[in-house]
Ligand binder design. Sequence first.
Ligand code: FAD
Length: 270
Amino acid sequence: MLCEFDYLAPRTMPELFDALAAGGPDARILAGGTDLLVNVRAGLVTPKCVIDIKKVSGLDGLSFDAKNGLAIGAAVTVNQLAEEPVVREKYGLLVACAESLASYQLRNRATVVGNIVNASPCADMAPALLCYDAQVVIASRQGSRTVPIREFFTGVKKTVLAQGEIVEKILVPLTHAGGSGAYEKLKRIKGHDLGIVGVALLKKDGLVRMAVSSAAPTPILVRDCKAGESADTLAQAALQAVKPIDDVRSSKEYREFMVQVYVKRLLERV
Ligand SMILES: Cc1cc2nc3c(=O)[nH]c(=O)nc-3n(C[C@H](O)[C@H](O)[C@H](O)COP(=O)(O)OP(=O)(O)OC[C@H]3O[C@@H](n4cnc5c(N)ncnc54)[C@H](O)[C@@H]3O)c2cc1C
C-alpha cells in the first residue's frame, strides 16, 4: 500500500523550488522512483507531496564539451549515460559501473543523480564518479554551489544536501577521461543484485585511481597510487581506505579479502 500524497510535475526550476518550499520537509523529489517508491511502499518514507523532476526543462541534458567534460542532468537515466557514444569513448569506467547497476529495465528508469542522492554505500555509480573526480552541482532558490563528489556523501544514506536543495547535475571533468578503467562487483547471485563489495580502478598517465563501494558507510576514494607500484601495495592501499562491517550479505573479513582480490584482478585487466 502506498500512503496518499500530492503529485506535482513542475516544468521550470522556479516552479520546482516553489513546490519544494511549499512542501517543506514532507516533500520528496521523484526522479526514476526506483528507490523512492520502494521506500514509500515499505512505509519507510511517508511524503505528503512528491515532486516529479523529469519534466523540468533542462534537467534531462547530457552534454559533453572538450573544455569542461561531461554534464549529466538530474533526469538522465543510467541507460542514457551508458549508451551515449562520447561516454563510451572517454569515460569507460562510468559505462562499466552503469552496466553493473540492477537490470536493463531498471536502468531505463533509474537516474545517475538519484543513485548518488540515495547515498547507499553500495551505489554502483559512485565509484566511477569518485575516480573521475566528479563535481556535484547543487541548486536551490538562493543559487547554486558545487561540491566535489568525495565530499558529497556524509554517511549511510546521508549527503550534504540541505532542505530546499536539489542536485541539478553532475560534472565529470576531463582530467582522468580516456583512462583505462574497469569495475568488479561481488554479488550473492549471478543476475542483478546489490553489491557485497565493488572495486573500480582507473589507470591513466602513470596514475592509478581506485574507489570502493559497500565497504564503508559511504563509497570511498582510495589515495592516488602510481602505476609502477606493486599489486600488493595497491591492494593494501585499498584495504587501508575501507571500513567494512559484518551484515546479512557478508562478513567484514570476506569483504576485506575480496577488495584485495579485485584490485589485483582489475590491475591485470586495465
Ligand atoms: C530491483 C532493484 C535493483 C537495484 N539494483 C541496484 C544495483 O545493483 N546497484 C545500485 O547502485 N542501485 C540499485 N538499485 C537502486 C536504484 O535503482 C538506484 O539507486 C537508482 O539509481 C536511483 O535513481 P532514481 O532516479 O530511481 O531515484 P529516485 O528513487 O527517484 O530518488 C532516489 C532518492 O533521491 C532523491 N532525489 C532524486 N533525484 C534528486 C535530485 N536531483 N535532487 C535531490 N534529490 C533527489 C529522491 O527524493 C529519493 O530520496 C536497485 C533498485 C531496485 C528497485
